[in-house]
Each structure stands twice: as structure tokens, then as C-alpha cells.
Design a binder for this molecule. Structure first.
Ligand code: ZN
Ligand code: MN
Length: 475
């Protein structure tokens, strides 16, 4: 039988607020264990939570960016479960009345555009962290307890492992463009659970699903879903029954394994948190946030093709990240040459970022400097080839391009008498090739150009070398 894959994703996105969701503790990552804590996030008796306004604004931002309806009135609820890293014995979350619902994320996994519907986006708090790798004991770090999260729940609209990964990348792009999260998957700022099931092609009804946890990279999301497809198919084809359960992805072994039977909503005994007032969002707040929304990648890419006349492909690559797009625009402002700027950013700059595992924000050559370098090429002071050397030297020294060109004597030789002297020297030194050229082997032009360029260490203006050579070879 032929089966169709059905996937829905639940994405937890950690917000980059200064303080936690319900207390004034710092939400900063990477501090010594149990230093960012207070009576509220330690769940000491009598401590009362107060919702951080930024969390509401960030939720509204994401909701508006994904076309959700924003609830004017929503409720924080207690989700009860027992786990060592959950000091209150419940997590503050949203259940019956989430702040955002019914949105849409547009993806393109290589087979055309697809719309993935969102069921909801709700506010919740993170739990602490259990640490198992110190000696025999398990330790608890509550720094993360109470850090704000948005949970983004999609409809089961995804049909391939690639689409699931494309969707997750899109969500990451959106939260990063909005500036509400760093979207860092390795540090756990973006966590994703997948609900995976199969159904016979043509069947309306969904099959029994398994929920996969612990996939901490885009690649792992794809691999874990691929693994589940094979596992489900094997069970179904042998006449077996899929159990509804939660499974853990083991990236080292490349397999999922059963963690526990899947819990149902009623297991959590949700009820409105009596310590917290309802969350109210008025039109004024929505209007204000609408004005703050950034230009999104698709619109920005279209503008790039129109304003800078660069190819759609370049525009798409340059707008993948907001900071990269900003970098490009700053560079064009200085250089005045959009196509050259796009070539440099997509070529040398992105290659360096990849090699050194850096973000564009951390890259030492700022747009002013790159723009100045491109300007030098435009003015004919240096050739493109020399510019690449200058770029390397800029990385090493941190100096301005003009300074480097001056110091290293890299300025292009465009002085015609100097070039004529070089050309004459090369012709005199290669009488055999000269005779062959004049005898009809005109392909030797490349040889002569190469000789001239290497003698001048690439600094001769290549166009002038060509002209002078042709003149002398013919004469
Ligand atoms: Zn606290
Ligand atoms: Mn959750």
C-alpha cells in the first residue's frame, strides 16, 4: 500500500527578553547555575507572578507577522505535571484562550510555494534544566525556570521531511527578523516536536501519530521524520498497530525510541491560573505594533530586484537574514554599485562567514570598508583580482583598503608607457612564441597576457595590457 506522510510541528521559541516571564530575574543564558532565581521562579510559597509586558508584545508581533487573529482577551492557565525541573508542579501556559490563533506560514521546500496553517501561538514559561552528566547524581539548574517561550503549533499540513525542515527554518527566519529571539537551535532557543503519522493515500482520516522530541537541528528534524516514516510503514505493512506515544530522537544512533505513552490534554488538568489576571490586548497596542513590524524577506527581496536591479536569486540569498540584508544595503550606499556589492557579499563575505562559523554581525569587515574596497575597483585603482588580496589583508590587519593598497603598493598600473615597457620586454624574451603568433597561432595571446600579468604581479590594468599587446603583436 502507498502511504502519505502527515506532520504537524510544535515549535517552542525562547524570547530574548531582558527579564523572565513572571518575575524580574535576568533571562540571560549561560550564567552560573541557580544564580538567576528568586522566590517566584523557585516557586516559594506565597510568591506571586506578574506577567512581563514585553512577552505580550512579542507574542502579538509574531501573531501579526503570521496573519493570526489576536485575541483581545486571553487567559494564562496552569498545566499540571510532575517533573524534577518544574518547581511549582505546574507550568504557566495558555490552553483554552491562546493569545494568537489561525495564522499562516509560507514555505518553499523546492517544489513551489506552500501555505502551512497555524492552529495557535501561545505564551508559556520554560522549566528548569536537569543535569545528568556530573558524577552519579542529577542536578537541577533553575536559571531557565520562568524564561518566556512562545509555542507555535501548526496544523498537520506538512507532507515531507524537507517541508518540515523548511517550515522550521521559516519560523526561525521570522522570529529573527522580528528580533524577538536569537533562534539559536544549538542553545535551545528554538525547540521543535513533531507529530508524525501515515495514512493510506486518498484516505481523509489521520493515522495514529507518534510525537518526536529532542531534534536540535534542521538536519535532525528531517532524519527523525524519515526514520519514523520507515518505522510506521514497517508496522503498518506487517499488519501491526501504531501506538500513540512520545518518542525521543537519538541523533548518535540515528533512531527514535519510546519515552512514554502520549499524554492527553486532560492528563494535565489545565485550569486558569488564579494568580494572574487575563491578558488584554487593545486595538491601540495592535496598531502600534503593526507600525513596528520590519520589512519581511519576501517583500524585501522584491524591493531589492526593483531598487538595485539585481537578479531575483541574489535578492533571495541576501534577504535570508535581516542582518545580511542590512549589511548589503549599507555596502551599496557606500559603493554605489549594487551588482558588485551583491557579488562581494554573496561571494567573499559569505564564504568567510562559512569558513569561520561567524554571523554577519560578528564579521570584522564592516560595510563601510567593503563599500570603500568596491569603490577602489570601480575607480580602476585596483583590479578585482588584487581586490581579493586586499580583502584578505583587511581581514588580517583590520586596516582600511586604501591604506593597504598604498602600503603594499598594490595600485593598478594604468600608466601606458610603463605597460608598453613590460609588453616589449615580454615580446623580446619570447621570440619563438612571437614568431608562432605572427605565423597564425593567435591563441598565444593568452600566453602573452599571462606573462605580462605575472611580471606585474597582477597589478597591470588587464584591458590596457590587451590593447598594447594586440597593437605590438600585429605590428
Ligand atoms: Zn525569578
Ligand atoms: Mn509547550
Amino acid at each position: 500500500m502507498k502511504y502519505e506522510l502527515v506532520v504537524g510541528l510544535e515549535v517552542h521559541c525562547q524570547l530574548n527578553t531582558v527579564s523572565k516571564a513572571f518575575c524580574g530575574c535576568s533571562a540571560q543564558f549561560g550564567k552560573s547555575a541557580n544564580t538567576n532565581v528568586c522566590p517566584v521562579c523557585l516557586a516559594l510559597p506565597g510568591a506571586l507572578p506578574v506577567l512581563n509586558r514585553r512577552v505580550v508584545e512579542d507574542a502579538v508581533k509574531l501573531g501579526l507577522a503570521t496573519g493570526c487573529s489576536i485575541a483581545p482577551h486571553s487567559v494564562l492557565a496552569r498545566k499540571n505535571y510532575f517533573y524534577p525541573d518544574l518547581p511549582k508542579g505546574y507550568q504557566i501556559s495558555q490552553f483554552e484562550e491562546p493569545i494568537c490563533s489561525e495564522g499562516m506560514v509560507h514555505i518553499d521546500a523546492g517544489e513551489g510555494k506552500r501555505d502551512i496553517r497555524l492552529i495557535r501561538i501561545h505564551i508559556e514559561e520554560d522549566a528548569g534544566k536537569s543535569i545528568h552528566d556530573i558524577g552519579e547524581e542529577t542536578y537541577i539548574d533553575l536559571n531557565r525556570s520562568g524564561v518566556p517561550l512562545l509555542e507555535i503549533v501548526s496544523y498537520p499540513d506538512l507532507r515531507t521531511p524537507k517541508e518540515a525542515s523548511a517550515y522550521l527554518q521559516k519560523v526561525r527566519q521570522i522570529v529573527k527578523y522580528l528580533g524577538i529571539s536569537d533562534g539559536n537551535m544549538e542553545e535551545g532557543s528554538l525547540r521543535c516536536d513533531a507529530n508524525v503519522s501515515l495514512r493510506p493515500v486518498g484516505q481523509e482520516e489521520y493515522g495514529t501519530r507518534s510525537e518526536i522530541k529532542n531534534m536540535n537541528s534542521f538536519k535532525n528534524v528531517e532524519k527523525a521524520i524519515e526514520y519514523e516514516v520507515e518505522r510506521h510503514t514497517a508496522i503498518l505493512e506487517s499488519g501491526g498497530v501504531i501506538l500513540q506515544e512520545t518518542r525521543l530522537w537519538d541523533a548518535d544512533k540515528g533512531e527514535t525510541r519510546s519515552m512514554r505513552g502520549k499524554e492527553f490534554a486532560h492528563d494535565y488538568r489545565y485550569f486558569p491560573d488564579p494568580d494572574l489576571v487575563p491578558v488584554l490586548v487593545d486595538q491601540e497596542m495592535i496598531d502600534r505594533i503593526l507600525l513596528e513590524l520590519p520589512e519581511f524577506p519576501e517583500e524585501r527581496a522584491v524591493r531589492f530586484t526593483e531598487e538595485y536591479a539585481i537578479p531575483a536569486y541574489d535578492a533571495a540569498v541576501l534577504t535570508v537574514e535581516r542582518e545580511l540584508a542590512d549589511y548589503f544595503e549599507e555596502t551599496v550606499k557606500i559603493s554605489g554599485d549594487a551588482k558588485a556589492s551583491s557579488n562581494w557579499v554573496m561571494g567573499e563575505v559569505m564564504r568567510m562567514l562559512k569558513e569561520s562559523y561567524l554571523d554577519i554581525a560578528e564579521f570584522s569587515i564592516r560595510p563601510q570598508r567593503l563599500g570603500a574596497l568596491i569603490t577602489l575597483i570601480g575607480k580602476g585603482v585596483i583590479s578585482n583580482t588584487i581586490a581579493k588580496q586586499v580583502f584578505e589583508l583587511m581581514l588580517k590587519s583590520g586596516d582600511a583598503p586604501a591604506e593597504i593598497v598604498e602600503r603594499e603598493g598594490l595600485a593598478q598600473v594604468s600608466d601606458s608607457s610603463a605597460i608598453e615597457a613590460v609588453v616589449q620586454g615580454i615580446l623580446d624574451a619570447n621570440p619563438g612564441q612571437l614568431a608562432a603568433y605572427r605565423g597564425g597561432k593567435t591563441k598565444l595571446l593568452g600566453f602573452f597576457v599571462g606573462q605580462c600579468m605575472s611580471q606585474t604581479k597582477g597589478k597591470a590594468n588587464p584591458q590596457m595590457v590587451n590593447e598594447v599587446l594586440l597593437k605590438k603583436l600585429e605590428g
